[in-house]
Design a protein. Structure first.
Length: 630
DNA sequence: GCGCTAGTTGACGTA
DNA sequence: TTACGTCAACTAGCG
């Protein structure tokens, strides 16, 4: 067994947003180096474990992806696997570079705000260690920085801007096939100490069932660099039926593309948010974790579309942005906005593209960084109660609650469903900051893509991207359009399963006799689940029609005042003077709202009211609500 | 500066 | 059942 010693590049391929072997420009770059040895690694980052709120479903999905990738690697080379090393890259890499005599570090470019900061330091550390760094774009169709450059250095705020730049940049490249062979990894000595992160604060602490132990040893509990388990993370079993991994992603993509008519004539606004199984592709989480390459998705679909266009069909192929590939352009748009705006894109404060609305439950800001801290100020205890009821599917509006319960148990809801709950929480119901909703989605959505999440919440709250705030989703009329008999509600709000079609979206309109007959009483605020043998479903937490009118008025006024997140008056808190009755409102309790005696109507004129004091009764909507009730 | 149109996905009433 | 106009009204982009 004498083997001639070959001296060549010793490469770490650092997997992050690319848990796949197909369509990976970074992997190709690593292999093009003709390495003597190649370690495919994942660094276990304390940021994700302790500092970002992640529900069990998302963790399960990540671990699925890692396990599947590791198995796929091993199938190609039995000596290779995904090496999961339990330490943050900032402290690990300098030690690893030396110990493993690494010559190159290769990874996929990530323009997320956290990743940018992290990677900047990693590139410097590699430079200091004499390690060459290769970064490749693979997460998006276009490099978000190039997209911004092509848009005159400005954030991409409309789909037409994205389409214009994409036209200039040309078609995205074809996907790269998975490698047929992989070099051996080198030896993996761990002759250095592990630096464990502080578990304080552990913002996922409440979710854990047992102690978090994923940092117990550098190579894991068995010393084999294996993918951690949910038990290691101390997390409960995931409840979602959706599972991760490249094998499943490619299988699903093949299923989608096999139905040529579906693929070629897909039209987003016509996808029912109430369908189970989903009317859309369910590939978003795979795109997020990189278990599916976006170019793979784009070209597999585009090839079907091109073929369809050649044939004679009753139904024409659809065009971007409503077509299937068009959906990817919205992703590009949000990545472009994030790339240009950086950290402020994820908050109102200091965000030049985001309108300021005097929402309830605004984020608290660290004045030294101008960044949101993750906590928020409770200006109104009623708004806080509404927020909690929204987040846990107890609003008393079955359509909203069904969606929020689906989100919590399965980690996924259809796009229009997301619209409905987001509109309801912000401009079309609760008048609560979009940042509160975005945080809940960030924790619970399997496909939580930070840029898309922030962008879509700004869209729905009419603070950026979209401004037609008078188009408001009704929790009753909107779902009826898709699901007359309320099957979706019956599935996710089973206590209402026996209610009549007529009452399913408005169970409070049922007579007490009917409620008894159907086995569920409509009462309370959601804290009571049963009353004797009867189930209990909460009363609606407000009169939707009144809240819609009040929100509409509030939005109109706030647009008139015309502040953006980077306005000095937003930054220094003096915006409160422009919304003078801010101190009024729900803070005193549900029934103790402002007396609303002042004239509620606004005479604020279009665009010209910046700096003009609003008339009393407008700062929060509650004075208006009270007035409307009289 | 002005008028006009388009903007992936509203609700409601009428024909 | 579907198609369209109205409601009261936003911004951005274009000519």
């Amino acid at each position: 067994m004498t083997k001639q010693k070959v001296v060549g590049p010793r490469v770490i391929y650092w997997h992050r947003t690319d848990l796949r072997l197909h369509d990976s420009p970074a992997l190709k770059a690593a292999l093009d180096l003709k390495p003597e040895c190649l370690w495919q690694c994942w660094t276990w980052d304390s940021h994700y474990v302790y500092r970002a709120r992640n529900g069990p479903n998302r963790w399960q999905y990540l671990l699925d992806c890692q396990r599947d990738l590791s198995e796929s690697i091993t199938k190609i080379n039995s000596k290779a696997k995904l090496f999961v090393i339990r330490e943050g890259p900032q402290t690990l890499f300098p030690k690893l570079f030396k110990s493993w005599r690494v010559s190159h570090l290769v990874f996929e470019k990530d323009t997320d705000v956290y990743a940018r900061d992290r990677d900047e330091s990693i590139v410097q550390l590699a430079k200091d260690a004499g390690v060459e760094v290769i970064v490749k774009v693979g997460r998006t169709l276009y490099d978000p920085d190039e997209l911004v450059k092509g848009n005159g250095g400005k954030p991409t705020m409309s789909i037409s801007q994205v389409q214009a730049v994409a036209k200039k940049l040309g078609e995205p490249p074809r996907p790269i096939p998975a490698p047929k062979s992989l070099p051996d990894p080198g030896e993996t000595p761990l002759d250095f100490d592990q630096e464990r992160p502080s578990a304080d604060p552990d913002i996922n602490g409440q979710t854990r069932e047992s102690k978090e132990q994923s940092f117990s040893a550098l190579a894991g509990p068995n010393g084999d660099f294996a993918v951690p388990t949910m038990e290691e993370l101390g997390l409960p079993v995931a409840t979602t039926p959706h599972r991760g991994g490249e094998s499943l992603a490619l299988q699903r993509l093949a299923e989608v593309c096999k139905d040529k008519e579906y693929t070629a004539t897909f039209e987003k606004p016509k996808c029912a948010p109430t369908e189970v199984p989903a009317s859309t592709t369910l590939l978003s989480a795979h795109l997020h974790f990189g278990s599916l390459g976006v170019r793979e998705f784009y070209w597999r679909v585009q090839d079907v579309v091109d073929e369809w266009k050649k044939g004679k069909h009753k139904v024409q192929a659809t065009q971007p942005p409503t077509s299937l590939t068009g959906q990817l352009l919205f992703r590009e748009m949000y990545f472009g906005a994030q790339a240009a705006l950086g950290h402020p894109f994820h908050q109102t404060h200091a965000n030049p593209s985001c309108r300021f609305i005097p929402w309830h439950l605004q984020s608290t800001i660290d004045p030294s960084t101008n960044r949101a801290t993750g906590s928020y100020s409770i200006d109104s205890s009623a708004a806080e109660r509404q927020f909690q009821r929204w987040a846990h599917g107890q609003t008393g509006f079955p359509w909203i609650d069904a969606l929020m319960r689906q989100l919590r148990s399965e980690g996924w809801i259809e796009h229009l469903g997301r619209h409905a709950v987001a509109c309801f929480l912000t401009r079309g119901g609760c008048y609560i900051s979009w940042e509160r909703g975005a945080a809940v989605f960030a924790e619970l959505l399997l496909d939580h893509e930070p840029a898309c999440n922030a962008g879509n919440w700004q869209w729905l709250s009419c603070t950026a991207f979209f401004a037609q705030f008078y188009r408001c989703y009704s929790p009753v009329a909107f779902p009826k359009k898709w699901d007359k008999s309320g099957d979706f509600v019956r599935r996710y709000v089973p206590e209402l399963a026996k209610f009549s079609d007529k009452c399913i979206y408005e169970p409070w309109t049922a007579s007490v006799a009917d409620q008894k007959k159907w086995g569920c009483l409509i009462k309370g605020d959601g804290s009571e689940k049963e009353d004797g043998k009867m189930k209990v479903y909460p009363e609606p937490m407000f009169d939707f029609g009144e809240r819609r009118d009040a929100c509409l008025k509030g939005m109109k006024d706030a647009y008139g005042v015309g502040l953006y997140g980077n306005d000095k008056r937003v930054m220094d808190g003096s915006w409160k003077k422009l919304f003078p009755d801010d101190a009024e409102g729900l803070a005193e309790g549900d029934g103790a709202q402002s007396d609303g005696a002042e004239e509620a109507g606004s005479k604020t004129k279009k665009g010209g009211a910046a700096g003009k004091k609003r008339q009393a009764g407008q700062g929060t909507l509650d004075g208006v609500v009270k007035k409307a009730k009289k």
